[in-house]
Structure formats: C-alpha cells, structure tokens
Design a binder for this molecule. Structure first.
Ligand SMILES: N[C@@H](CCC(=O)N[C@@H](CS)C(=O)NCC(=O)O)C(=O)O
Length: 213
C-alpha cells in the first residue's frame, strides 16, 4: 500500500501557496486528498495541525507520516519523490533552466508586495472587491509586466516545458488581469493560457473565479 498524499489547504481556496502545490500534484498526475483548514477559526493554531505541519501555516503536505511545509519546498519534494520518467518532469533537467525556475518561484514569493496587498487572491478567487490601484501598486504592476515580459511569451514557458514557476507567475499576473487592470496583451494571453490548463481549472472549480476580465 503506497503512502497516501494529503494537501492541507485553506477553507476559502484562496492561498497562492496552496495553489502552487495543488497544481504541481495535478500536473504530476498524483492521487491526493485535500483537507481544508479553517484559518478564520484559527484551526491552524491547534496543536493537532500546528505541530506536525512545522510552520502552522498552509500549505502542508502529508506523505504517509512525513509532513512538509513551504510551498516551493513541497513542489520540489514532489518532483524528487515522483521523478521522471515515471512521472512528468516539472523541474528542468538543465541546471541553468532549473535555477531560473527557482528564481521565479522565489521572486513571486518575496516581491511585488503592493500588487499582493491591493490585489489579494481573494479578489479573483473569493469575490472580494478591488479598489483602483494606487500609484505605488501600478508601478509594481508595471515592473512585474517588464520582468514577466522578459521571461515568457504566448506559447512559451519560463523553461522549455511547464514548471510550477509558470503557475506561480500566471497567478501573480492574474491578480491584475482578473481584475481588469491594464497588462500587456501578450502577457494577459499567456496567463489565460496557463489558467486554461486542466490542473489550474481543477483548482478554479473550487473557487468563485468567473474568468479573466
Ligand atoms: N512561505 C509560505 C507561506 C505560507 C502562508 O503564508 N500561508 C498563509 C495562507 S496564504 C497562512 O497559512 N496564513 C495563516 C497564518 O499565518 O496565520 C509558503 O510558501 O508556503
């Protein structure tokens, strides 16, 4: 009996970090169960979740009796625990391509704070309202567009095949595209194409996503 995989996510299906791991699990073709933690009720502070999950945040992955937190660490663990060729390759074999994938994953987790603050994932996944962007957030969005435009184009991924960084970058762009904020047309089209992947569509089906505006 193989060890089962459980992804602990948040009840509202809004976490960009849980999103990344969910898409990775789907792209790998792995059977897994999602268990929802009610962050509003602070279920993640209960010792039964907080202690084994290490960080007390979502996502956490449970693989048999092994627990792991931090979304990009989970993505990489899944790649190594379920490696190609038996499973689809999600991290490039090439050292430099792989490094750039990790670069983008680190970037979207640590940068573009004004975009993240004014365009929370709740605005695209949970029907939360979005006020017009401040000048600071517009500048961050323009910087995001410049960087993303140097990394991707319609029909192309960050690396030579789909990776978790594509899902992460598409979600960052969709915070804007999904709210009708200005974004260069090729980037909007690229993000829409990533969101049309079955792995992402399976996530969206759990949310109040109504499509990019
Ligand atoms: N660096 C972490 C971030 C995880 C994170 O911040 N999760 C949020 C949900 S989006 C959370 O659990 N928040 C509850 C809290 O911190 O109380 C990752 O990449 O997994």
């Amino acid at each position: 009996m193989p060890d089962t995989l459980v992804l602990h996510g948040n009840k509202g299906w809004t976490s960009p970090y849980v999103f990344s791991c969910f898409v990775t699990l789907r792209e790998k073709g792995l059977p897994f169960e999602v268990r929802l933690v009610d962050l509003g009720a602070r279920e993640h502070d209960q010792p039964g979740y907080r202690d084994p999950s290490v960080t007390g945040r979502v996502p956490a992955l449970q693989h048999g009796d092994f627990w792991l937190a931090e979304s990009s660490a989970i993505d990489e663990y899944l790649e190594e625990a379920f490696p190609p060729p038996a499973y689809p390759r999600l991290y490039p074999a090439d050292l430099k391509e792989r490094a750039r994938v990790r670069m983008v994953q680190a970037l979207v987790r640590s940068d573009f704070m004004p975009v993240r603050a004014e365009r929370s994932t709740g605005t695209i996944f949970a029907g939360e309202p979005a006020a017009p962007l401040s000048a600071e957030a517009r500048a961050a969005a323009d910087r995001l567009a410049r960087i993303a435009g140097s990394l991707v184009a319609p029909g192309r991924f960050i690396a030579s095949h789909f990776t978790p960084a594509d899902a992460d970058l598409a979600l960052m762009l969709m915070r804007l595209v999904g709210n009708g904020d200005a974004m260069p047309a090729p980037l909007a089209a690229w993000a829409r194409a990533i969101f049309a992947r079955p792995s992402v569509a399976a996530w969206l089906a759990n949310t109040r996503w109504t499509g990019a505006k």
